[in-house]
Design a protein around this ligand. Structure first.
Ligand code: NAD
Length: 289
């Protein structure tokens, strides 16, 4: 019998990810309050459930691809979350590691397993099935969902439950911090008279290179498309998870906090739907003066 996978959260990432599982042959029942997201799943050959219970009922694996821990918890606590004992919940959202641990313990009392499997790679890699997936959970539980994750990307086991969420947030703190300083460097170079493309080609053969210089600047910023599909507010959320984690475990992170404060100012100044690559436009307005 074909395995039934519930997919909750069919947005920028969950849309293409659920469509890949349909193409891989799973019976995918998806739910999202947004009608166009449900229609897209139906168009891809999946089943769009009218409510949460319609997606979750009878599914052996329940994938969550939701904005944050608040929404993940609200979903799991919803009366429609009718997961049966023996089911495995895979939280692929970028959630808060400490809250993930607590939620896993709570679900275990209902006989339901939770593993975390957040991703990196953005919308294009969600479409191509080349996401970097970082997982947290017991090895036997991760073995159970490994065939599903294999259709979405390459998974690396980070440790116990919550570990995937921890490393994901830390990764995005790095990503956001170097994107901001890359924007600062390129704007300074431009004002000096350097050509951005020339700068990038030199950075990319030097020690200043990063995902910001190799991918984000050439793909989304130089052409002015700002369409990475990863919202600026979602990036800020991840940075705050990472700095919160450092605070909780008691390690120093003055640069991380400073970067998060700057991103918070950008989030206030820019449109609510701004892409994270639009951080450069906030800088261009010369926020320091
Ligand atoms: P998104 O806002 O496009 O999608 C989230 C979806 O969740 C929306 O369609 C929304 O309608 C739905 N939703 C909200 N409340 C819901 C509920 N109660 N029940 C069911 N669905 C609900 O966000 P996204 O870009 O797809 O990101 C999803 C997660 O993946 C976030 O945690 C984000 O940080 C992470 N992430 C995003 C990217 C990216 O490039 N977009 C990359 C890596 C990780």
């Amino acid at each position: 019998m074909t395995e039934t996978v519930a997919f909750v959260g069919l947005g920028n990432m969950g849309g293409p990810m659920s469509a890949r599982l349909v193409r891989a042959g799973y019976q995918v029942r998806g739910f999202d309050p947004a009608e166009p997201a449900r229609q897209a799943l139906a168009g891809a050959g999946g089943t769009a459930a009218p409510d949460l219970a319609g997606a979750v009922r009878g599914a052996s694996v329940i994938v969550l691809m939701l904005p944050n821990s608040d929404v993940v918890e609200a979903t799991v606590h919803d009366g429609g979350f009718v997961a049966e004992p023996g089911a495995t919940v895979v939280d692929m959202s970028s959630s808060e590691p400490m809250r993930t641990r607590a939620l896993a313990a709570e679900l275990a009392e209902r006989g339901v397993t939770l593993v975390d499997a957040p991703v990196s790679g953005g919308v294009s890699r969600a479409r191509s099935g080349e996401l970097t997936i970082m997982t947290g959970g017991e090895p036997a539980d991760l073995d159970r969902v490994a065939p599903i994750l294999a259709h979405l990307g390459t998974a690396t086991r980070a440790g116990a439950v919550g570990s995937g969420h921890a490393v994901k947030a830390l990764n995005n703190l790095l990503s956001a911090t170097h994107l901001l300083v890359t924007c600062e460097a390129i704007l300074a170079g431009e004002r000096f008279g350097l050509d951005p493309e020339t700068m990038l080609s030199i950075f990319n053969r030097s020690s200043g290179r990063s995902g910001s210089t190799e991918n984000k600047w050439p793909t989304f910023i130089l052409p002015g498309s700002y369409d990475s599909g990863f919202g600026l507010r979602l990036m800020l959320k991840d940075m705050r998870i990472a700095t919160g984690l450092a605070d909780q475990v008691g390690t120093p992170d003055p640069l991380g906090h400073a970067a998060a404060e700057l991103w918070a100012r950008a989030a206030e100044a820019l449109d609510a739907t701004a892409d994270h690559t639009e951080i450069v436009n906030w800088l261009r307005k010369d926020p320091a003066r």
